[in-house]
Design a protein. Sequence first.
Length: 553
Amino acid sequence: MDSTPTNFLQTIIGEDLAAGRVDKVVLRFPPEPNGYLHIGHAKSISVNFGLAEANGGHCNLRFDDTNPEKETQEYIEAIQEDVRWLGYEWSGEVRYASSYFQQLYDWAVELVEQGKGYVCDLSADEAREYRGTLTEPGRDSPYRERTIADNLNLLSRMQAGEFKEGERVLRAKIDMSSPNMNLRDPILYRIRHATHHQTGDEWVIYPTYDFAHGQEDAIEGITHSICTLEFEDHRPLYNWLLEHLPVDSRPKQYEFGRLNPSYTVTSKRKLRTLVEDKIVAGWDDPRMPTLAGLRRRGYTATAIRRFCDMIGTTRSDGVVDIAMLEFAIREDLNESAARGMCVLNPLKVVLTDFPADTVEEISASGHPSREDLGQRVLPFTRELFIDAADFREEANKKYKRLVLGKRVRLRNAYVIEAESVLRDEKGGVVEVHARVVPDTVGKDPADGVKPKGVIHWVSAVRGKRAEVRIYDRLFNDEAPDKGDNNYLDHLNPTSLTVIENAWIEPGLAAAVPEQYFQFEREGYFVADRHDHTPDKPVFNKTIGLRDTWGEGR
Ligand code: ATP
Ligand code: MG
C-alpha cells in the first residue's frame, strides 16, 4: 500500500519507539458525526491510519459525539463506510465518546472536589465580557469562589435536569489572566436538553470538546493524539486536564496543517448548507468534496490516498492546488480504466456504400497497454453517430476531423470520406453522407491519401442511448471561502450539464455501477453508483483527459 510516510510525525513516533517511551503506537481518527467526511478528513485518515500501519501499531475510529443536536445515525454509518472505502480498517469495535460519559462525569466531580472546577451562572454574554480579549486579561467570575459543597450540589442538579439550557455551566478553575484564552476558566460541561443518538435521555449535560478529547484519548491509551493546527492553543489545556485527573495514560497532542484544496470548501457547516438548501443533490452529489461525492464522481480510493501522500504532512496551513488531486485521478485511471467510445453530441453519418443489413464486428483492445483488460467488439454499421463537433463543411488545416470532401479515420475502424450533407429547414446539418474507404481497418488507404485525424463513433443501430452527467468544479473562485468572500457567491453556474441523448458502444451498457472507463477523446467516466442500469445507462464524468480549466472550452 502506501510507502512509509516520512514527515515530522513519523520522526516523533520513530524516536518514541526507539527510546522505549512507547511500546505500541495507538492512534485514532475522531470525527464528529455531524456531516459526511470530506477530502480534508481523508488527509487526517491517511495520516493516522497510515502512521499506525507503518509503525506496527493500530488506529481506532472514535465518534466524538458530544453535541447531540447536530449528530445523526446516518452520519455514523456513512463515516464508517467511507473509512473502509478508503481502504482502512480500525482496530476493534467502533468507539464513541458518549460511552465514556459516566467516566468523564466522575472526573468532573473529581476536579470539583480538588477545588479545580466550579459551577458558573454567568450568561453567555456576561461570560464573554468577563473573558477579556487577546490584549486584556479576563476577570474572575463572581461564582468562582463557590464552596466545593455548593459546586458538587449544583453540578448534580445540572445533571438532574433542574436548570434550563444556558443557565449554568461547569468551568475549570485555571487562570483568568492567562495569555492563552483557552486557559481562562474554560467550560467543561453545558446543559443540553436533547436526546442523544447513543445515550438517549440519560444525560442532560454534555462535555465540551476540550474536556472530552484528551480524556477519551487517555481512556483508549492513545499514544499520539494527532489533530490539526487550530488545536495548537488548546494543547496547554489538554495537558492541564490530564495532569489534574487520575488517568492511566498520558497521551500527547501533535498538530499538523489542515488540507485546504483550492476551489473547495471543507467546512462541514457550509457543506451542510449546500445540501440543505438543495444547491447540490445531496452529500454524495458528485460535485461535493465529500468522500461519498468524490466516489460517486469516479474518484478512486487509490487516487485519493496517493494525493494525500503527495501533498505531504507539514505544520503549515497553505492552500493545495486541486489540480494535484485531478492529476492523481488521471494518473490512476489512465493506468486502470478500460477504453470505450461515447458520443456526447450525436450527428448521424450514413455510409452510402455500406450495406444496410450488415453488421461488421470489429475487435478493439480494452486498453492500449494492458492485455488483461481484453478485447471489445465494436459493431460497425451503415448508420453511425459521430460528435457534431467532429464535423465541419469547411475548415482550415488545423482542424483534423471530418470535413466535407476530406477523410478521417474512425477510431479502431475504417477511414471514411464525407461526400454530402442533409439539412433541416433552418439549414443546419442533420446528417452527413460519406463513403467507406475499403480495406482500411488498421491500415492506411491503398491510394496513399491518408486521413489527417481520428475521431470516435458509435453504431446508430447497435449502440445504446445513455445519460451522461458532465460535472465541473462547484466553485469558480480559487478561494471561495477567503476573507469577506461569501462562498455562495462563487458557485459555478455550469457545474452540472446533463446530456440525455449520448450514445455509447453497446458493451458499455453492461458496465457495473462504479465501473470506470476512459471514453476515448472525452475523458474519464464512471457508471453511476445508484442510477446506472443496463437498460438505462448513466455515466458521470470524472475528469477530462487533461487540465483544461480556465481555457474556456
Ligand atoms: P467542523 O468543520 O465541523 O469544525 P472538523 O472539520 O474539525 O469539523 P471533525 O469531524 O471534528 O471535523 O474532524 C475529525 C478529524 O479530521 C479531526 O482530527 C480534524 O482535525 C481532521 N480534519 C478535519 N478537517 C481537516 C482538513 N481539512 N485537513 C486535515 N484534517 C482535517
Ligand atoms: Mg472538529
